[in-house]
Design a protein around this ligand. Structure first.
Ligand SMILES: C[C@@]1(CC(=O)O)C2=NC(=C\c3[nH]c(c(CCC(=O)O)c3CC(=O)O)Cc3[nH]c(c(CC(=O)O)c3CCC(=O)O)/C=C3\N/C(=C\2)[C@@H](CCC(=O)O)[C@]3(C)CC(=O)O)/[C@H]1CCC(=O)O
Ligand SMILES: NC(=O)c1ccc[n+]([C@@H]2O[C@H](COP(=O)([O-])OP(=O)(O)OC[C@H]3O[C@@H](n4cnc5c(N)ncnc54)[C@H](O)[C@@H]3O)[C@@H](O)[C@H]2O)c1
Length: 266
């Protein structure tokens, strides 16, 4: 078995991230870092900025501290929690990496694995769902292809189901607060039962009234109610997505066979 990476969901909100470079790759890094609500320092001469980097700079003037110059010195690393470089000069990248490591600041140098404390991966995002595909540095392009395969198999309802379960959990915590206590154990058991009993499609249909019913009629009595008890239409008898193409395929196949038989008889 290969040595693996530790995959985590890094909470960057309010942390300061330094991005060195403003080209195509840096623009992707910048977009992801802004989505994580980090504070960004971007160092890159204006004339080399990619149009996407420029657009993000213009849209987020309060969240990006922009320096229109090359990376200069150790002062650029003061107060920084994470360093990302995406420049086309390996020697400068190596020296920035060394400076960051001396200060124990995690660093990623795009495309140079030995200079990375962590790798980026191919990402799927659907609302609060994030999936990271990493090939452990072996093949970024395959990571991108695998991402598309996973994406095409994700149910439509997944983002909504996650959002609704998040709302249910928040309401449950208001009703039964406390951490690490017996009520905490009961809460967790009940949430596990809800997620096991209700399908993703059903959870995606849950509304505020349904949540109230689940809590009043279910949680309070130590049980999980059904979708009909919660007053939401059941999705159980929905035809699977592949039904229509399968039926169409079967019918056209039968038609072609019939025509072939008729033609042969003539
Ligand atoms: C996933 C993605 C995320 C992102 O960067 O955001 C990402 N690379 C992407 C694209 C991509 N990169 C390259 C190609 C050309 C095809 C090819 O070479 O295969 C393509 C495809 C394309 O361009 O279409 C070239 C390349 N990349 C690295 C090396 C060096 C080496 O392997 O030694 C070389 C060779 C340089 C050379 O030959 O000179 C290294 C890394 N690239 C990583 C991430 C990390 C490992 C990810 C993993 O574990 O899977 C790692 C280790 C470090 C890092 O940069 O974090 C993003 C796709 C996002 C998406 O679209 O879904
Ligand atoms: N991991 C990946 O997904 C991936 C994919 C393609 C390329 N890359 C690598 O990422 C690097 C950047 O690629 P790109 O296409 O964005 O390059 P690019 O040439 O478009 O952009 C480089 C940027 O860095 C800036 N720059 C150069 N020296 C600088 C310095 N000393 N200080 C601050 N800014 C400086 C330039 O002005 C420019 O904005 C390359 O080394 C490339 O090999 C990585």
């Amino acid at each position: 078995m290969p040595t693996t990476s530790l995959l985590l969901a890094w909470q960057l909100k309010g942390k300061r991230v330094l991005i060195v470079g403003g080209g195509d790759v840096a623009s992707g890094r910048l977009e992801s870092i802004l989505a994580a609500e980090a504070l960004v320092t971007l160092i890159s001469p204006r004339q080399g900025l990619h149009s996407k980097t420029l657009g993000l700079l213009q849209q987020n003037p309060d969240r990006i501290l922009y320096r229109d110059r090359d990376f200069s010195a150790t002062q650029d690393l003061e107060g920084i929690d994470m360093v990302l470089t995406a420049i086309d000069d390996t020697n400068i990248s190596r020296s920035i990496c060394n400076l960051a490591r001396e200060r124990r600041i995690p660093v990623n140098v795009a495309d140079i694995p030995p200079l990375c404390d962590f790798y980026f991966g191919s990402q799927i995002q659907r609302g609060n769902l994030q999936v990271l595909i990493s090939t452990n540095g072996q093949s970024p392009k395959l990571a991108n292809i695998i991402k598309k395969q996973i994406e095409s198999n994700l149910p439509e309802s997944v983002a909504k189901a996650i959002e609704n379960v998040g709302a249910l959990r928040a309401k449950l915590r208001e009703r039964a607060p406390g951490v690490g206590s017996d009520v905490g154990k009961k809460r967790m058991r009940w949430m596990v039962d809800v997620c096991n009993k209700w399908s993703l499609e059903d959870l995606a249909l849950l509304d505020d009234q349904g949540i109230e019913k689940m809590l009043n009629l279910g949680w309070e009595k130590g049980t999980v109610i059904s979708t009909s008890e919660a007053g939401i239409p059941t999705s159980r008898f929905k035809l699977p997505e592949y039904t229509l193409p399968a039926v169409a395929g079967f019918l056209s196949g039968s038609l072609i066979t019939c025509l072939a038989v008729i033609a042969r008889r003539r």
